[in-house]
Design a protein around this ligand. Sequence first.
Ligand code: NAP
Length: 294
Amino acid sequence: MILVTGVSGALGSLVHRRLAEDGAPVLAGSRTPPDGGRTVDFDDPAALAEAFAGVDVLLLVSAGYADDDVVIARHGAAIEAAVRAGVRHVVYTSIAGSGERMTLAVPHRWTERALAAAPLGWTVLRNGLYAEFAGTLAGLGAELAAAEGVFRLPWGPGTLPVVSREDLADAAARVAREVQGAIDAGRPVPHAGRTYELEGEAVVGGADLAGVLAEVLGRPVRYEPSPLRETWAVWEALGADPYQRGHAVSLHSNIAAGFAVAAASDLPGLLPGRPRAARALIASTVRAAVAAGG
Ligand SMILES: NC(=O)c1ccc[n+]([C@@H]2O[C@H](COP(=O)([O-])OP(=O)(O)OC[C@H]3O[C@@H](n4cnc5c(N)ncnc54)[C@H](OP(=O)(O)O)[C@@H]3O)[C@@H](O)[C@H]2O)c1
């Protein structure tokens, strides 16, 4: 039996749906589970071993929206409970090498190390940054772009490799399904001890995002690199928590410095076809943001 955590979230819901559609034996794990699902809250460690009972493959979707110590405690509790419950294999959604120097990577790399030391099988899926996220950043600049034809972002000449969540969900579902299939058949488990870099093919910079805004808004939009310092105020105005502001500054700083670069990607080998087109996805995210903004 496979258990997918975080199924109310964007990635977990896609992975769970893929597995269910494929007829794989799968349970939905969530803090607010659907009928027939399991209550999975990493902040309630005492209840986790019971939540994981009878599970062979735990697809652990990172629960990253908190300060690092909280995320580390969550993931540590999930791994400990998986061991106690007799889970055979954990598939963990981490962050790709292009994010290596970003502060976001700290709890992910901690979790990878904890998994490697745990007495169970594991596969690490190092997910690239979502194309949808790049679309969100462009969407935040839509109002200014519409009024003044300018898109500001502190990326300098830097770029970011991006990937669609749907592709990452396809890859995750395939790995979980193949691991479960091997366990059921008593065969050697594929993907065991493997760390896959799931980077997107598409690379976007500030000028590309300005180009998407221009297309969506139907007017010329020029990219104007802004100082990194503005990020603190921009994210504070959005109501972001202090830890989110820190991650945003670190992410922008890495991109501007040219560190957000992808090495070879394992993604094409795990997908049934070509990766989804990131630019179209960014454009649809921007379109939705513009529509929501009135
Ligand atoms: N690669 C990227 O670009 C990128 C961008 C943003 C985030 N991420 C990371 O990737 C993860 C999945 O992304 P996403 O787009 O699916 O994010 P999302 O839509 O925000 O979903 C995150 C899910 O994490 C689960 N979660 C939160 N706190 C939890 C807890 N205490 N115990 C158990 N589960 C908890 C929740 O699921 P339930 O509500 O069902 O419990 C939540 O819906 C994020 O959590 C984050 O760590 C990656």
